[in-house]
Design a binder for this molecule. Structure first.
Ligand SMILES: *Cc1c(COP(=O)(O)O)cnc(C)c1O
Length: 383
């Protein structure tokens, strides 16, 4: 295949890595206990605070996003203790499975996939479960493209229980506004390979004061993911184990890029890409899984129809050079997902939509040429 390296990675993570970040990662290795590395760890941790919207410590773990989810569970809920997990898709389901594996008594609040959890639903669920130690939420549910109203959900938890509020922000932090402190989130986690424009390999855990106390007293067995150790070592400007140093070089460059664009502009770009994607997909007559009010700025899930098979369309797109993601669990074969986060801009959305028109045509479907692109351009013209 010609141009084997030239393709458009439009899955909701891993996302494309800017050249500037890749180059930064190529710097010569340094010692993990050197003064230079200490500065790097300290700076990265401190600079991450703004993307989480917190003044609390952001702990850095070498691991994929799931390592941060596991750390959040293992350090807060002891075996036999009760936890509520709000499940709006595959990643909420993962949080529930981790909590279950660690011996928690898990109360799942299952919401139909494609919908967000409403504050009222969480409120009545919580009121009948007074002994809950932690409530686990997913901010952007990447499997459905739904952004849960985490601010309102956290407020409900705060008003009606003493439980910690623990949020998976893997596909939201860095792409949508996050206000950990103002929203009352106790633990907020993310990973490197989504909106933060890095390769997979880093996990970040922001820990508030109520969670710090629980972590200090936690009894569940843990070693690599003992957040107390990360907390203590961060105070000494280091990490308990060798950090992923090349990734930290890259993280500095990625944070520089976010600073230069300005976080407000970064968030506006993500919203614009979401609106362009949705307008374009609608113009092709393809249904969207999530409604506008709960749609995520970082990922869009598109349904197949009676005549258009989601998997066939995904495969045709791949032949053209555009990589999108399939559905997960029971949505496999029913939807495909478009990632528009991180190192991605409106032109990338136009390319994707143009390719989708061509893919539909190649599948023998009637296409009004340019319809999707025009709809997206119209949205873009309004900013
Ligand atoms: C990608 C993702 C994860 C973590 O996945 P890893 O493969 O472990 O990095 C967790 N939660 C959400 C919402 C995600 O999008």
């Amino acid at each position: 295949m010609p141009f084997e390296e030239k393709f458009h990675l439009r899955i909701p993570g891993p996302t494309p890595v800017p050249l500037r970040v890749q180059h930064a990662m190529n710097r010569p290795m340094i010692g993990h206990r050197s003064a230079e590395c200490s500065r790097l760890v300290q700076k990265c941790s401190q600079r991450l605070q703004s993307v989480f919207g917190t003044r609390e410590n952001v702990l850095i773990i070498a691991g994929s996003g799931t390592s941060a989810l596991e750390a959040a569970v293992a350090n807060t809920v002891a075996p036999g203790e009760e936890a509520v997990v709000v499940v709006t898709g595959a990643f909420g389901d993962r949080f529930a499975k981790i909590a279950d594996r660690f011996g928690a008594r898990v109360h799942r609040l299952d919401i139909p996939w494609g919908e967000a959890c409403s504050p009222d639903a969480l409120k009545s669920f919580l009121l009948s479960r007074p002994r809950v130690k932690a409530v686990f939420l997913t901010h952007c549910e990447t499997s459905t493209g739904v952004l849960n109203p985490v601010r309102d959900l956290a407020q409900i938890v705060r008003e009606h229980s003493d439980a910690l509020v623990i949020v998976d922000g893997v596909s939201s932090v860095g792409g949508v506004p996050c206000e950990m402190d103002a929203w009352g989130i106790d633990i907020f986690v993310t990973g490197s390979q989504k909106a933060l424009m890095l390769p997979p390999g880093l996990a970040f855990v922001a820990v508030g004061p109520r969670a710090r106390k629980v972590i200090r007293q936690a009894e569940a067995p843990r070693f690599y993911l003992d957040l107390q150790a990360y907390q203590e070592q961060l105070e000494k400007e280091t990490t308990p184990f060798t950090p992923a140093i090349a990734h930290l070089f890259g993280l500095e460059a990625a944070l520089d890029m976010l600073d230069e664009e300005g976080l407000e502009n970064v968030f506006a770009r993500h919203r614009l890409m979401m609106e362009m994607t949705r307008a374009g997909i609608r113009a092709l007559g393809l249904p969207l899984l999530a409604e506008d009010a709960v749609a995520s700025p970082t990922v869009t899930a598109v349904r197949g129809t009676e005549t258009i098979d989601a998997t066939a369309l995904q495969k045709e797109l791949r032949r053209i050079g555009v990589v999108v993601a399939s559905g997960q669990q029971h949505l496999k074969g029913k939807i495909f997902r478009i990632g528009h986060m991180g190192y991605c801009d409106p032109l990338d959305v136009l390319t994707l939509l143009s390719a989708t028109e061509t893919a539909l045509h190649r599948l023998g479907k009637p296409v009004r040429w340019g319809a999707a692109v025009a709809a997206a351009e119209e949205v873009w013209s309004r900013v």
